[in-house]
Structure formats: structure tokens, C-alpha cells
Design a binder for this molecule. Structure first.
Ligand code: NAD
Ligand code: IPM
Ligand code: MN
Length: 357
């Protein structure tokens, strides 16, 4: 069976890390006899916008909907296209229209990488952020009134549905139940956000009745961020609304030394539509063009894609390959964010070489 993958590099370092993501993917596919058919697209990027005046072609949904998965780099180039235009015109459309309602973001301290937190070693930080990915604070409900006057009003509603909330909670409980610690933490703010968040807490408690083996706790988002830094070992699976999950999934990887290694899976669990795999990071204009971006976030996203497609062994082999290269600690190979003097390509090639050996 051939898996058809849509490949979209996007902008900035997306275009630099994608070739290394594909190098590792192809090495794993060849080692494990997996047939991949890659189709490359230049849309969902700000270069495409410059040429066409929009982020996506009109038939993008039809073009992508029958792929088995989408591998994305990063999108956004605020110097030429405002971020809300580029992001709402691309990635956020994919997540919503393909109903990728789970954003699964592992956060793990990897061998050879120094955590900015004192005395943390691999094993101390190993959890998942399960982020609601289609509603919540990222809503298009709202508007502006009296624009340009002293009475200007801007409103953007948070929209939480029972259907949308329960399905992400169910996924998070099931993930927690499948892990040895069986622990779920809910990110809330029911002290201050007094309508949606107390209701979120109720849904968490209600869903918990179905999972008596899972231990649940909850923290308000303010102290939760503090606890990510002070006690990252407390966490196993953390479930959060769209915005809280976004924040936690940069903070968690920052605690593991660099956001450059963090992957994500935007999953449509039913398989009605393709799921999308991308690093957590963005296009990083500050380092784009230098060839020094860490490609591991992209490579690990490819591993998550292989697991999603049913190839757990190949996925694990990719993870073992980058862990081995990191553990070896050859500074001339590693990128600067993890203390090296190497390049995106030197690190990508070393990982692919491990996979081939
Ligand atoms: P960013 O993630 O692009 O960069 C934040 C910081 O992390 C920068 O200092 C950058 O150099 C560093 N960094 C990021 N990835 C790295 C890597 N692989 N290796 C080494 N260092 C890395 O976030 P930002 O600066 O807030 O956003 C830049 C653009 O990307 C904006 O247009 C934003 O909207 C967009 N963005 C897109 C995505 C996405 O495509 N999923 C995610 C986040 C931000
Ligand atoms: C992410 C990004 C996006 C988000 C932005 C670029 C819209 O930060 O994937 O984490 O907020 O979801
Ligand atoms: Mn983010």
C-alpha cells in the first residue's frame, strides 16, 4: 500500500527543515519497505501570497482532502504579509476544515540537550500537551464597532461546544490511561474566566467518570505555567483549550532546551480527512536563510506521521536515530540552539545516516 503525502514547506526555516525531514522520512521508508508517494505544493506560504494575492488556491480543499497525510513546515512572514492573514488563510483553515481537532504535542527532554532548568535530566521531563485545535479562543465570532472613534469596541468570543470539548477530553483521558503514570492535568482559569472555564472543569469531571484509573488534577493557567518550570516532572498528559495549549506547547519544549525539536500532530482521529504533521515552531525570520535551524522538530513530526500511518517501528527508528545523534554530542554536527556549530543539513544528514546504518 502506497501512502500519499502532501508536502508543504511554507516559509522561512520551513523551507530549510523540510528537506531534512524528508531525508529522514525517506531513509526510514526505504529501511522498513514503506511506499511513500510525495506531492509537493508551494501554496500555504507568503511567497504564494505575493504571487497570487491569497494563501491558498480556491480548490485547495479538493486538492488535499484525499491525501493520507500532510507534512507541513512553517508559515508566516510578517515583513510581507500580516500574520493573521497568512495564518488564518492557511494553517488554521487546514485544522478547521479537515477537523483536526487534536493537536498532540510531545514534550521530552532529549539526551545530550541541556535543560535551562537546573539539574534536569532525560526522564525528568516527559509529557504530552493535548491541545484543542478547532475552537475555543481561536474563534471567528466577533467584530469591531465604532471603528476609528473614541468609542471603538473590539470583541472576539471564545466558543466552546460540548461536542468539541468532550472529544478532546476523551482523547486526552485515553492517552493518559494508556501511559504508565495514568495522570491527566487540566489547564483551567475558572477563577477569572467565569463562564467557559467552570464549564470546562465540569466537562473534565464528567468525562473522568469513564476513566476511574486516571488520576486527574487541574491548575489555573497562571500557576500551571509556573509549575511547568518548577516541577515539570509532575506532568504526564496535559489537556488544554486552544490558546492555553498553544502557550504550554512552546513553554514545555523551552524547558527541554529548545523549541526547535518539538513536533506536533494535528489529528483527525476518524480519518475522514488527512491529519497534518508540523513542527511546533514557526518560520523563525531571525535565523531564516542561515541554514542553522534545528531540523529535529520537522523530523520528529515525520516520525509522528509514520506512526499515524501504522508504521510504529519506523517511527521509533527515527526517534532512536535523532536521540543517538544528540547523545553522541558531536558539536560540529549539532545546530547552535543545542550548543553546536553545525547546520540544519549536517544534523539532518547525521540522523539519516543513522537510519541507514
Ligand atoms: P518562531 O517559532 O518562528 O521563532 C521563535 C524563536 O525560536 C526564534 O528566536 C527562532 O529563531 C527560534 N526557533 C524556532 N524554530 C527553531 C529551530 N528549528 N531551530 C532553532 N531555533 C528555532 O516564532 P515567532 O518568531 O513568534 O514567529 C515567526 C513567524 O512564524 C510568524 O509569522 C508566526 O506567526 C509564525 N508561526 C508559525 C507557526 C506554524 O507554522 N505552525 C508556529 C509559530 C509561529
Ligand atoms: C502553533 C502556532 C499557531 C497557533 C499560530 C501560528 C497561528 O503558534 O501552531 O502553535 O497559534 O496555533
Ligand atoms: Mn504556537
Amino acid at each position: 500500500m502506497t501512502h500519499r503525502i502532501a508536502v508543504i514547506p511554507g516559509d522561512g526555516i520551513g523551507k530549510e527543515v523540510m528537506p531534512e525531514g524528508l531525508r529522514a522520512l525517506e531513509a526510514a521508508a526505504s529501511r522498513f519497505g514503506i511506499a511513500l508517494e510525495l506531492a509537493h505544493f508551494d501554496f500555504a506560504s507568503c511567497d504564494y501570497y505575493a504571487e497570487h494575492g491569497k494563501m491558498l488556491p480556491d480548490d485547495w480543499f479538493e486538492t488535499l482532502k484525499d491525501f493520507d497525510a500532510i507534512l507541513y513546515g512553517a508559515v508566516g512572514w510578517p515583513a510581507t504579509v500580516p500574520d493573521h492573514v497568512s495564518l488564518w488563510g492557511s494553517l488554521l483553515q487546514f485544522r478547521r476544515r479537515f477537523d483536526q481537532y487534536i493537536n498532540l504535542r510531545p514534550c521530552r527532554l532529549l539526551p545530550g540537550i541541556k535543560s535551562p532548568l537546573a539539574d534536569r535530566k532525560p526522564g525528568d521531563i516527559d509529557f504530552y500537551v493535548v491541545r484543542e485545535n478547532t475552537e475555543g479562543e481561536y474563534s471567528s465570532v466577533g467584530g469591531k464597532m465604532f471603528e476609528g472613534t473614541e468609542r471603538e469596541v473590539v470583541i472576539q468570543e471564545t466558543v466552546m461546544t460540548r461536542h468539541g470539548t468532550d472529544r478532546v477530553l476523551k482523547f486526552a483521558y485515553e492517552l493518559a490511561a494508556s501511559r504508565p503514570r495514568k495522570k491527566l492535568t487540566s489547564a483551567t482559569k475558572s477563577n477569572g474566566i467565569a463562564i467557559t472555564m467552570p464549564w470546562w472543569d465540569e466537562r473534565v469531571a464528567e468525562m473522568g467518570k469513564r476513566y476511574p484509573d486516571v488520576t486527574v488534577d487541574q491548575f489555573h493557567i497562571d500557576i500551571l505555567t509556573a509549575n511547568f518550570v518548577m516541577h515539570p516532572d509532575w506532568f504526564d498528559v496535559v489537556v488544554a483549550s486552544n490558546l492555553f495549549g498553544d502557550i504550554l506547547s512552546d513553554l514545555g519544549p523551552a524547558c527541554t532546551g529548545t523549541i526547535g525539536v518539538a513536533p506536533s500532530a494535528n489529528i483527525n482521529p476518524e480519518g475522514t480527512f488527512p491529519s497534518l504533521f508540523e513542527p511546533v515552531h514557526g518560520s523563525a525570520p531571525d535565523i531564516a536563510g542561515k541554514g542553522i535551524a534545528n531540523p529535529i522538530g520537522q523530523i520528529w513530526s515525520g516520525a509522528m506521521m509514520l506512526e499515524h500511518l501504522g508504521h510504529k517501528e519506523a517511527s521509533d527508528a527515527i526517534v532512536s536515530a535523532f536521540e543517538a545523534v544528540l547523545a553522541e554530542g558531536d558539536r560540529s554536527v549539532l545546530t547552535p540552539d543545542v550548543g553546536g556549530s553545525g547546520t540544519t543539513e549536517s544534523l539532518g544528514r547525521a540522523i539519516a545516516a543513522r537510519l541507514e546504518s
